[in-house]
Design a protein around this ligand. Structure first.
Ligand code: ACO
Length: 312
């Protein structure tokens, strides 16, 4: 048996903040943001909508899409760096709201690579037969930690949640290979400061990302015994179109074979990969037996990639 995706779901707050809106609060322009990042607008949650609320919405949709009942879940993993509170965890909060009474629950923190860490952690439990069905949610309400006076960061980020249900699939399908990595020496390039604001050295993170993301894609393709030409679809972390393009061009795949949501959502941190995956599934872009590569990088520094064959 393989371990693969049984269903996907996502949620983004209604409130749209455009680049023009940001021109009114910091010294920036729509043209600068579009040309440097590809971002046109982002969703920002209301004060009374926290990470657990968005996680719950995405989780419900993923369970419905997977045709799995909450009571069937063995484990809930929530990747987030902006939980409602350090404890109880977001995973415990949604365990209660979903009625997933049998599920163990924990949060995973690896910033924008958190969803990849969650997915691979879940895979191990299923592979060893310890668990059958696991919900993985990537959620962040980055607006809570954005310094709205810092044009270097506030234009890049947004709020949202994405989820998948992982379980057993037919032999040969599901996760084929993975890579997870970390470099703590790069922690100073992207962190939360004492004022609880996200601080980033954009140039250093950019250099790291354009090197690491394409390399991780190549590594998982090789580990799966595949060639670049075998890849049907790429779902990269949606931080900056220029970084995403570096990965796409390294793989030599067509523009329409890469998930692209950055223009609508900005960088959703832990949520960006599952949102992009879920949107692609909803649009019918991903087909049975497609070879998909998911890849992310983030604060820590951390990174992670997965090659998988779609279908049950
Ligand atoms: N509007 C206008 N000008 C700006 C803005 C803005 N919003 N932000 C920065 N600038 C200015 C800078 O101050 C700089 O001015 P200077 O030359 O006078 O110093 C100039 O624009 C150019 O800055 P660069 O850093 O060279 O711009 P670059 O083309 O590298 O783009 C960016 C900056 C978009 C931040 C890029 O470096 C990047 O995408 N980095 C990676 C970001 C990322 O992926 N982060 C992941 C976060 S993951 C997580 O865990 C949340």
């Amino acid at each position: 048996m393989g371990v693969g995706v049984l269903g996907t779901g996502h949620y983004a707050p209604d409130n749209i903040v455009t680049n023009k809106d940001l021109e009114k609060i910091v010294d920036t322009t729509d043209e600068w943001i579009r040309s440097r990042t590809g971002i046109e607008e982002r969703r920002i949650a209301k004060d009374d909508e926290d990470s657990s609320d968005m996680a719950f919405m995405a989780a419900e949709r993923a369970l419905e899409n997977a045709n799995v009942k909450a009571e069937e879940l063995d484990l809930i993993l929530v990747a987030t760096v902006t939980p409602d509170t350090p404890f109880p965890s977001v995973s415990c909060m949604i365990q209660e709201r979903l009625g997933a009474t049998k599920a163990a629950a924990m949060d995973v923190g690896a910033a924008c690579a958190g969803f990849m860490y969650g997915m691979i952690t879940a895979q191990q439990f299923i592979k060893t037969n310890a668990y059958q069905k696991i919900l993985i949610v990537g959620v962040d309400k980055l607006s809570k930690i954005i310094d709205w006076t810092d044009r270097n960061t506030c234009v890049l980020l947004g709020d949202g949640a994405g989820a998948v249900v992982l379980g057993k699939v037919s032999e040969g399908k599901g996760i084929l290979s993975f890579e997870l990595g970390a470099d703590g020496s790069g922690g100073k390039e992207l962190y939360q400061n004492e004022a609880n604001h996200l601080v980033m050295n954009g140039r250093e993170v950019f250099k790291f990302a354009v090197r690491q993301m394409p390399q991780s894609c190549v590594n998982v393709i090789e580990k799966a015994g595949l060639n670049k030409e075998d890849v049907d679809y790429l779902v990269p972390h949606q931080a900056n179109i220029r970084i995403m393009e570096a990965a796409r061009q390294r793989l030599g795949i067509a523009e329409d074979r890469m998930a692209k949501t950055v223009q609508n959502y900005g960088n959703n941190s832990s949520a960006s990969i599952p949102i992009a995956l879920s949107e692609s599934v909803n649009k019918g872009i991903i087909k049975d037996n497609d070879i998909i590569v998911l890849v992310g990088f983030g604060g820590g520094l951390t990174w992670g990639a997965v090659a998988l064959k779609w279908g049950k």
